[in-house]
Design a protein. Structure first.
Length: 369
């Protein structure tokens, strides 16, 4: 059988640095576990803009549609701040999500024991935390029409964005959340603002419909998203799976990420409908951004990107055991006290570089076989 195919899009800022470490991990699985991938690489974001004048070339889009999974680093940077909105680096990422129809964005927030002290919250609030945010990724205010900045013809301007959700868009992401919950703690909490938004009322009704008709065995609760944000920092362990819309999911997942100590730790999977192979359309990326302030200094933490590859092993390639092997290797390295700069507190020793973190994870992988 042909090897599964991966398209790597390192992107901007620290993207290429962290992705280099992922490439070494991919090679390790090829050499030591017989899991070989055919890997190709291309440009996205500012890097694509510099070469093609657009943040995602059509040819790259075609490749992304054709491979078994896409791995992305990060997009954006101050150099591109003044670009027209339509060619900003972020548009490349949004185009991938939209055209691949990656409607379910899985953002796990797990607190590794070795980092429980590192969170800005008290240790007993975060120790052992394991929650999953399922963010709707292809609709809502990110894509709704009308949108734009308009003249009001009285010398002023107004900006418009539209929150729009259809029944089917809500039902399909709700199903993804219920399916995940069945394999975890069997609880889903749905978050919206049904107290002020019609789209929130529809969201609540449709999630409830899916629950009543298809997933009565799973426990469902509802929360207003502002309360959800408060509960996430008050007692995050009350949650198992959270399902929410695109914008609330963007905000709540950054908040959840920080519970675990560092944004540099959090992976994500964006999944769409099954392809002919039975595998879902899929893109894997760290939750963190391009971190221009530390770009090129070898300081970036590659763990979020490496754990995103672990998610690819699990969700695209049915290699749950190998994904666990990789996650355990990361856990071991953290338990051994290996720390990139983002994982240091005052008084800690010297941080390791991006590559040294990669070295440590490869050594921990070696020790598993
Ligand atoms: C994320 C990011 C993106 C988003 C940006 C880079 C467009 O913040 O993936 O959370 O807002 O979705
Ligand atoms: Mg975000």
């Amino acid at each position: 059988m042909a090897n599964p195919t991966l398209l790597i899009l390192p992107g901007d800022g620290i993207g290429p640095e962290v992705m280099s470490e992922v490439t070494r991990v991919i090679d390790w699985f090829g050499a030591k576990r017989g899991l070989k991938f055919d890997v190709s690489e291309d440009l996205v974001g500012g890097a694509a803009y510099d070469t093609h004048g657009v943040p995602l070339a059509d040819a790259t889009m075609d490749k992304a549609q054709a491979v078994d999974a896409v791995l992305l680093g990060a997009v954006g940077g101050p150099k591109y701040d003044d670009l027209d909105f339509s060619v900003k680096p972020e548009r490349g990422l949004l185009r991938l999500r939209k055209e691949m129809d990656l409607f379910a964005n899985l953002r796990p927030a797990q607190c590794f024991d070795a980092l429980a002290d590192f969170s800005s919250l008290k240790k007993d609030v975060v120790a052992g935390l394991d929650i999953m945010i399922v963010r709707e990724l292809t609709s809502g205010v990110y894509f709704g029409e009308p949108r734009g900045i308009f003249d009001d013809n009285e010398g002023g301007r107004f900006g418009v964005n539209t929150q729009r959700y259809t029944t089917e868009e809500i039902r399909r992401v709700a199903r993804a959340a219920f399916e995940l919950a069945r394999r975890r703690g069997n609880k889903v909490c749905s978050m919206e603002k049904a107290n002020v938004m019609e789209s929130g009322i529809l969201w609540r009704e449709e999630v409830t419909w899916v629950h009543e008709n298809e997933y009565q065995d799973v426990e469902l609760s509802h929360m207003y998203a502002d309360n959800g944000a408060m509960q996430l920092v008050r007692w995050p362990k009350q949650f198992d799976v959270i399902v929410t819309d695109n914008l609330f999911g963007d905000v709540l997942s950054d908040c959840a990420a920080m519970l675990t100590g560092s944004l540099g730790m959090l992976p994500s999977a964006s999944l769409g409908a099954p392809m002919e192979s039975g595998r879902p359309k899929a893109l894997y990326e760290p939750v963190h951004g391009s971190a221009p302030d530390i770009t090129g200094q070898g300081k970036a933490n590659p763990i979020a990107c490496i754990l995103s590859f672990a998610m690819a092993l699990r969700y695209s390639f049915d290699q749950g055991d190998e994904a666990t092997r990789l996650e355990k290797a990361v856990e071991q390295v953290l338990a051994d006290g290996v720390r990139t700069a983002d994982l240091m507190q005052k008084g800690d020793g010297k941080p390791v570089s991006t590559t040294q973190m990669g070295d440590a994870i490869l050594a921990a992988l070696d020790a598993t076989i």
